[in-house]
Design a protein around this ligand. Sequence first.
Ligand SMILES: [Zn+2]
Ligand SMILES: [Zn+2]
Length: 313
Amino acid sequence: MLEMCFLGTGGTLPIPDRALSSLYVRENGRGLLIDCGEGTQVGIRKLGWGFRNLDGLLLTHFHGDHCTGLAGLMLSLEKAGRDETFHIWGPKGLKRVVEGLCVIVPPLSYPVLLHELPPAGEEMEIIGLKIRAFPVDHGGMPCFGFRLMLERSAAFDPEKAKALGVPVQEWKRLQDGETLRVGGRKIRPEDVTGEKRKGITAVFSTDTRPCETLSRYTREADLLILEGMYGSEEKLPQALKNHHMLFREAAEIAREADPAMLMLTHFSTSVEDPEEFIPAAREVFERTVAARDGQIVTLRYPRGEEKAWIGLC
Ligand SMILES: [Zn+2]
Ligand SMILES: [Zn+2]
């Protein structure tokens, strides 16, 4: 199971009920943030998932609406009694940006490790997720999207265990990952499992025009989280100029990728009520919803070759 919470769904500037961009991703008790707009620490407090179990932060890019919450977050982590390393990943130039943003932060009780994002396609493992960063088109500003994968282990196959002569009372140990010796023969957990099962894939990408990498990395994902910076078609010149997307353009990407759901976020202040533009986006891709601040998304493993189950609350 993979859980996410939209801490902020605003782009560029916050409005009273819409904080700036940040997503809290939680898997098996560990947490990861994607982006840290101003006020992210407030969203985490409201959510109640905690600071101590946050292992790191992925930054898409260095525009202020995605990173100005960093100093406050660092202080909140300190107050939560953190002593383990906190990791931050971001585009080239990360050190200069983090040092600049945190110039007012006093010496911390925990180490902070900075990692420039690896070239596209290279896999990172964070909080048990396999994550690939891919470059997108945000004009002159280097910007990345993220493809998150939660793999699923193969199921235990009783027929294989029986065929290898493993007594039933020992099955649990194999299921728990132990290697056994049966009649002088070594039996490993992978000797008694069936086919690999489909896991869960989610893609987060904001602040981009439609582009080839976005199309490529969204393919066959279960959940797409893309920007809906502008709702109205009249805003296309602005979207082109500022390297953002319309609801319709995000829905077109989803139509190609065919996820179980498209969630739009990163709304411009010109989008007073995102729901107003959802019917038109649904004409392009039916399973489109507008995310809201504080919304929690739960993804459960799919059955067979189906898409993952997605619940919203
Ligand atoms: Zn932005
Ligand atoms: Zn931006």
